[in-house]
Design a protein around this ligand. Structure first.
Ligand code: SF4
Length: 238
């Protein structure tokens, strides 16, 4: 008898197909693991089915303890270490000498400089030499991400950007996580739908957008770290 149709399994199959197709076209792919809920889906699919795709996560030095606990859980579940990429030590010393250890609260410029040193520079180093990078962005996360394509040229970083989860809803992400009993960041159970650095992330209140807890003291228009720019740098390419 045929298996009953399972919408999440069908969507997961599409993700695998998209990643496999991207790999055939662009053999050197790397997944920039954000350690958010979407990342648990992609980590499971990549480490279970497509281990040829490299994976890393950026340790800014300001992550929550719960995030480090999650990295440990992933390593135990999949029996392989997640490569952690760190900021340049000398650049970090210059940053804190110039703006203090919590200078990011003082101005948008200081916050962007902290994100540049702690996230963007390590990210650029980690993706150097690859044909494309994989990300877990979804259309419903923001208006900017609503315009993303499954495979597009990332002109800012000079390689392809592969976004296989675009059509997934948040509920579907959690359905996949629960069905497979995947590890996830326990902060998600405390009203943290989007998790970044500890000093720059707070829980959200009922009715707030899912990214309202990121850089909550800033105007909503500035609330990105730069990895997913608000204006796409180039047109989509197949
Ligand atoms: S999120 Fe906050 S602590 Fe983390 S890199 Fe950006 S400004 Fe710095």
């Amino acid at each position: 008898m045929a298996e009953p149709f399972n919408p999440i399994e069908h969507k997961a199959h599409t993700v695998r197909e998209r990643l496999a197709a991207a790999l055939r076209a662009h053999p050197r792919l790397v997944y920039a693991n954000s350690l958010g809920a979407e990342a648990m889906v992609l980590t499971d699919i990549i480490w279970t089915h497509l281990p040829e795709i490299d994976m890393f996560s950026i340790d800014t030095g300001r992550l929550h303890q719960e995030t480090y606990d999650l990295v440990e859980k992933l390593q135990w579940r999949y029996r392989r270490p997640l490569r952690m990429v760190y900021p340049d030590a000398a650049a970090l010393e210059r940053l804190t000498a110039a703006q203090g250890v919590n200078g990011f609260y003082h101005s948008l410029q200081a916050r962007l400089e902290c994100c540049r040193v702690r996230k963007l520079e390590p990210f650029g180093r980690a993706i150097a030499g690859y044909d494309g990078w994989v990300t877990g962005v979804r259309h419903e996360q923001s208006t900017t991400r609503g315009r993303a394509q499954p495979l597009e040229w990332d002109g800012e970083h000079g390689l392809y950007k592969v976004s296989p989860l675009l059509e997934w809803t948040e509920a579907e992400v959690w359905q996949y996580i629960r069905a497979r009993k995947l590890p996830y960041n326990v902060l998600h159970d405390r009203q943290f739908p989007s998790i970044g650095c500890s000093p720059c992330t707070r829980a959200i209140q009922p009715g707030e957008s899912r990214r309202a807890g990121r850089w909550w003291w800033e105007h909503p228009e500035s609330r990105e770290c730069g990895l997913h720019p608000r204006v796409r740098p180039a047109t989509a390419q197949a």
